[in-house]
Write a protein that binds this ligand. Structure first.
Ligand SMILES: [Zn+2]
Length: 234
């Protein structure tokens, strides 16, 4: 019976179309993931740059402190010549010692900040290198995905048009029924029955009487369990 053959053929189209539609929906997500990976690498670069800016600012502040300390020290040193008593003299000396200690501390902090700057600059170079690599790889990957997407869409357009032509040869009521089952039964509206005598859709055993009818293929039969159309497959 030709309707049955057409339905089997239609199912082949619908299965292929569903597979390609799934792929077409998945591919843009792959592109999004590629973009997200590049954005992540960019964010790492920006984060380290922010830390470097902060270190530079700290360094400038400590250098300014060092200048202030130098001014304070020269003031104290010139006071050594103005004091009149030994007590005052030794008080100024103590002051100078304190200033010297402040200077040493500021210098040490400056050194630490300079080392920090250097190591952050290295981190930035590495992060930028990773970003470049990821960006280049991402562009290549995206191109492959976009080409595949274009191919899938082209194939889908061809298949849909062929399917429309094929479907136009199926009686309206049968086609409506087929499409209802297709939707309700996970994209499989017609299932094969082989020598094992079970429905290829739901695995239920088919009665011998129905097997005979399927073999004769004179009428459209539904599976009593899942409702799918059935056809005999040697
Ligand atoms: Zn079934």
């Amino acid at each position: 019976m030709s309707d049955l053959k057409t339905l089997v053929h239609l199912q082949e189209f619908d299965t292929k179309i569903a597979g390609l539609e799934t792929e077409a929906a998945r591919l843009p997500k792959q592109i999004e993931a590629i973009h997200a990976a590049i954005a992540e690498a960019k964010k790492t670069v920006d984060t380290v740059k922010t830390r470097l800016d902060a270190a530079r600012k700290d360094l400038r502040a400590r250098e300014k402190d060092l200048d202030d300390i130098a001014v304070k020290r020269s003031k104290s040193e010139s006071r050594l010549y103005e004091v009149k008593t030994n007590v005052e003299y030794s008080a100024v000396l103590t002051e100078i010692e304190t200033i010297k200690a402040q200077k040493a501390q500021a210098e040490e902090e400056i050194l630490t900040l300079m080392e920090r700057q250097e190591s952050l600059a290295g981190e930035i170079r590495e992060a930028e290198g990773r970003l470049r690599a990821r960006d280049e790889q991402g562009k290549r990957d995206e191109l492959v995905v976009r080409e595949r997407l274009a191919a899938v869409e082209k194939e889908l357009a061809g298949l849909r048009s062929e399917r429309t032509t094929l479907a136009s040869g199926v009686p309206r009521n049968v086609l409506t029924d087929y499409e209802r089952i297709l939707k309700a039964r996970g994209g499989l509206a017609i299932a094969p029955v082989t020598a094992s005598a079970i429905c290829g859709g739901c695995r239920v055993t088919i009665r011998p009487q129905a097997i005979q009818e399927l073999k004769a293929a004179t009428t459209l039969l539904h599976c009593e369990s899942c409702g799918r159309y059935l056809y005999w497959q040697e």
